[in-house]
Design a protein around this ligand. Structure first.
Ligand SMILES: Cc1cc2nc3c(=O)[nH]c(=O)nc-3n(C[C@H](O)[C@H](O)[C@H](O)COP(=O)(O)O)c2cc1C
Length: 194
């Protein structure tokens, strides 16, 4: 027998320990953020080049979707300036950030940062398939071409075919986001210390 959705406080003996349970109609933004914030994610920077200008944005809502064909997706807030740029170009890059790139992540998540020159202090190359910036200090990069866009509430789900990938030869660990904070995971240095 499945576990029925409930509302209210208490302990579900089948599950062991349960916190406050809230009906969808009463879920606040804060409660929602707290719940989904317990899903640890990696962090990427998504990029695209429009009319010779590099656009970039920190994004954790990146997911591998399909192996055949190779598809990934990123959820982009419709109000973010990156949204209009990537929907216009239809081609984009993804740079998976390592443990040392927290500063880059914070910078490219800063609302209203200057659009022009936002990558001037972030070493990068230009992806040959998309013209999108690919960050030099990343753990891996992908170049993608948009195949589908779904509007979903205040975000656009941008699905892309993977045109090229690169994994950077480094032992650096990953940069993570968990419970609204940055963390790092793994890496040779971290393993050696324990
Ligand atoms: C850790 C972290 C992850 C984020 N992930 C996303 C994401 O997946 N999608 C998104 O649209 N915004 C995400 N943001 C917020 C955007 O980076 C931010 O709204 C954007 O850079 C604002 O730029 P703008 O002023 O050019 O619109 C994230 C921010 C942080 C700090």
């Amino acid at each position: 027998m499945g576990v029925r959705p409930r509302s209210g406080r208490g302990t579900d003996v089948r599950l062991g320990r349960v916190g406050d349970v809230t009906d969808a109609s009463a879920v606040t933004t804060a409660a929602y953020r707290a719940a989904v914030g317990r899903f640890a994610t990696g962090i990427t920077v998504v990029t695209t080049a429009l009319d010779g200008v590099d656009h970039a944005m920190t994004a954790s809502a990146f997911t591998s979707v399909s192996l055949d064909p190779l598809l990934v997706l990123v959820c982009v807030e419709r109000e973010a300036r990156f949204a209009e740029a990537v929907l216009t170009t239809g081609q984009w890059g993804v740079s998976v950030l390592g443990a040392s790139s927290r500063g880059v992540s914070e910078w490219l998540a800063t609302r209203g940062r200057p659009l022009h020159g936002q990558l001037d202090r972030v070493p990068h190359t230009t992806g040959p398939h998309t013209g999108a910036a690919l960050l030099t200090a990343s753990l891996a990069t992908l170049e993608c071409r948009t195949t589908d866009v779904r509007e979903a509430g205040d975000h656009s789900i941008v699905v892309g075919e993977v045109l090229a990938v690169s994994t950077v030869p480094t032992e650096e660990g990953a940069l993570l986001y968990y419970r609204g904070r940055y963390h790092t995971l793994g890496g040779v240095e971290a393993v050696r210390r324990t």
